[in-house]
Ligand binder design. Structure first.
Ligand code: HPA
Length: 240
């Protein structure tokens, strides 16, 4: 089964499939949001709204462990996630999609592992799934918009946006885009041996990359504008 962890703006992807059921799972890490089980053609898909429906759960309060564990309980072995990001690079523009191939973790206080009582060190030399990234890249050919193949995802704790000094530091460190929801999700998926890819949707230039202040309205407006292409991209990555 394929899992989708949808950020803001992709909840209507469920309308593209045949909904079988919707259920809350009781994981050892707490309750999951309602997970929709559906089929796209004959492919079974489990969709989980990362922020819960209605977007009432900010990035630093999301129960990432319950979300990933719930998908594992359903038999998911591959996850396509979506994440809104700001761009650190003038040539990667609002409206573009990007598939990260590495990350820098600047989160601070999130439960970040399933292994608090066992010594387990997972390898993250290649944190994102190459095979899924290739499938998504192929699907991008039939969807509107540019897809940047590769880049370093910087995850901040939020909920505030970054300072210009932070953005300068992230650029010097090799960061490409910055967001608040990609970690620890990608690592938790690896801990449970699931293949994980993220489709990042660039909603804005990061602080100081453009002279304008960032507003959450511009982030939501761009997500609204691109949600059709984003859901099409996910759909064609699954049904190909
Ligand atoms: N910074 C952090 N998270 C984000 C941004 C940003 O500029 N845009 C969308 N999510």
């Amino acid at each position: 089964m394929i899992g989708i962890i949808g950020g803001t703006g992709v909840y209507q992807i469920v309308e593209l499939g045949d909904l079988k059921e919707k259920k809350v799972l009781n994981t050892p890490f707490g309750e999951s949001p309602p997970v929709s089980i559906l089929t796209f053609d004959d492919q079974e898909v489990a969709f989980i709204p990362r922020h819960r429906e209605g977007h009432d759960n900010p990035p630093h309060m999301i129960n990432y462990r319950a979300n990933v564990y719930a998908l594992k309980m359903l038999g998911v072995d591959r996850i396509i996630a979506t994440n809104a990001v700001g761009s650190l690079d003038e040539s990667i523009k609002p409206g573009d999609f990007l598939l990260p191939d590495d990350f820098l973790d600047f989160t601070r206080k999130r439960p970040f592992t399933f292994y608090d009582d066992q010594v387990v060190h997972v390898d993250v030399t290649q944190p994102y799934c190459l095979e899924l990234a290739e499938t998504i890249t192929r699907a991008a050919g039939s969807v509107d918009g540019k897809l940047v193949p590769g880049g370093v995802y910087v995850c901040t704790e939020g909920p505030r946006f970054e300072t210009p000094a932070e953005i300068k530091m992230f650029r010097q460190m090799g960061g490409t885009v910055v967001g608040m929801t990609g970690l620890p999700e990608v690592v938790l998926a690896r801990e449970l041996e699931m293949c994980y890819a993220s489709i990042c949707m660039v909603s804005n230039y990061a602080a100081s990359v453009s002279p304008d202040k960032i507003t959450i309205d511009e982030v939501f407006e761009m997500l609204e504008e691109k949600k059709k292409s984003l859901t099409q991209l996910i759909y064609h990555s699954i049904v190909n």
